[in-house]
Ligand binder design. Structure first.
Ligand code: XMP
Length: 418
């Protein structure tokens, strides 16, 4: 729009890189001349638009940050919004307060008030149906609905059979006592028969998403007084599902249109603009117990994305048992990790147990340190914990004869294995 030229570059940059700040800029005020930032790109500006100046560059990328004070336009090639950009928060702060002159009068309390008003305005006296997964997002969404429209929310817990060990019962226990109508639908057979033979991860997500909507539709028809559908969609779901020209990284089943054959008047997504850490803060502010608020994130399609290859009952059972033991040991040793889970790879190999030969699965363990879940570092679990885990799982869980620990950060990997 301003002229200039962008082209694919010969050396792409992924991960943390050092950049040099080359000119005074309000964007970099208060920062040292060398900064560590997260780069993730295959394009570069080859020719600057007229009136723009370079304010930062890296070893291979000459135009990492540019600006035109006259036009009041500032651009950065790196990702200031992630933790891997060490002073990213300061850069965003500078942008908001120095450049845009924002006042910073937003508070979570205002947010709750605004959302309650907007939910009431949207729903009125009607009933609203919410899919409750037991995860933080839908729980906070439920709490917000209970606050905004008490007695009008019907929470449907679709048990797709791919929850962690005992999780279905825990969810039921936690929510059954709330002043919300709670319905548990045991739909494991339906999901598993649709997933039979499917190995492509995106297709699995789509099948689970569609079936989820199906089960929902059926429940909605039984509750045809509910005119609205609420979902705990959060901002990263919106970004990562791709929109417009952005590449679809993963389609998250919790972002979707309204089922066409249902007569919902509208969709309620009060958390759509929030990041995970904000959702947790909101949950605390709404008085939810810490056990729910600080729960680690769990994908909507559940263990379905943690079983590589075809999903079967047998594999689900193996993964549930192994994952429960992994989480137990990590918690017992107080390993600092924000998310930790097991993945059942599709790799089988020969092993030996006692006098017999086995041909069993390889289990991968994943634990990461992250706050925003957009970037993450693998958690350095002590070897003593890993050895204990390896012995315990191979001894106690039939079907696994080999265990590996994932030592990849995000990027280049993602947190989940799919
Ligand atoms: P990735 O694998 O993309 O995951 O690095 C980032 C975070 O998102 C979680 N995740 C999901 N959360 N619905 C969710 O609510 C989903 O479909 C979904 N898929 C991944 C993942 O566990 C990690 O914390």
């Amino acid at each position: 729009m301003n002229g200039g030229w962008v082209e694919p570059c010969s050396i792409s940059e992924y991960g943390q890189r050092k950049i040099k700040i080359k000119a005074d800029s309000p964007l970099f005020e208060g920062l040292d001349k060398e900064q560590i930032v997260l780069m993730s790109h295959t394009d570069q500006i080859q020719e600057l638009p007229e009136g723009f100046f370079v304010t930062a560059s890296s070893e291979t990328c000459p135009n990492v940050a540019i600006e035109s004070v006259e036009k009041s336009l500032y651009g950065v090639q790196f990702h200031p919004e992630t933790e891997l950009t060490i002073h990213g928060e300061q850069i965003i702060r500078n942008f908001l307060y120095q450049i845009c002159h924002a006042e910073g009068d937003y508070t979570l309390k205002n947010f709750i008030g605004e959302q309650i008003r907007s939910i009431r305005e949207q729903i009125g006296d009607e009933k609203v149906i919410l899919g409750l997964s037991g995860g933080v997002d839908s729980a906070v969404c439920a709490a917000l609905l209970a606050e905004a429209v008490p007695g009008q929310a019907i929470c449907i817990f679709v048990d797709h059979g791919m929850m962690r060990k005992n999780e279905g019962n825990e969810v039921e226990k936690a929510f059954a006592t709330k002043s919300l109508e709670f319905i548990r639908v045991d739909a494991a057979d339906r999901f598993l028969s649709k997933l039979a033979g499917v190995i492509d991860p995106e297709q699995k997500r789509k099948i689970i998403g569609n079936e989820f909507i199906q089960v929902f539709s059926e429940q909605a028809m039984l509750h045809d007084d509910a005119k609205f559908l609420a979902q705990g969609t959060i901002y990263p779901d919106v970004i990562e599902s791709g929109s417009g020209k952005a590449a679809t990284i993963k389609s998250h089943h919790n972002v979707g249109g309204l089922p066409k054959d249902l007569n919902f008047k509208g969709i309620v997504e009060p958390l759509r603009s929030l990041f995970k850490d904000e959702v947790r803060q909101l949950g605390s502010a709404l008085g939810l117990p810490q056990s729910i608020v600080n729960r680690q994130p769990f994908p909507g399609p559940g263990l379905g994305v943690r079983i590589i290859g075809e999903i079967t009952r047998e594999k689900l059972h193996i993964l549930q048992e192994a994952d429960a033991r992994f989480r137990e040991e990590v918690e017992a040793d107080c390993v600092p990790a924000n998310q930790y889970f097991a993945v059942l790879t599709n790799l089988r190999s020969v092993g030996v147990m006692g006098d017999s030969r086995t041909y069993d699965y390889t289990l991968a363990l994943r634990a990461v340190i992250t706050h925003d879940f957009m970037t993450a570092e693998y958690a350095p679990i002590p070897h003593t914990t890993l050895s204990r885990l390896s012995k315990r799982i191979t001894n106690e869980v039939k079907g696994i004869n080999r265990i590996v620990y994932d030592i990849t950060d995000k990027p280049p990997a993602t947190i989940e294995w799919e």
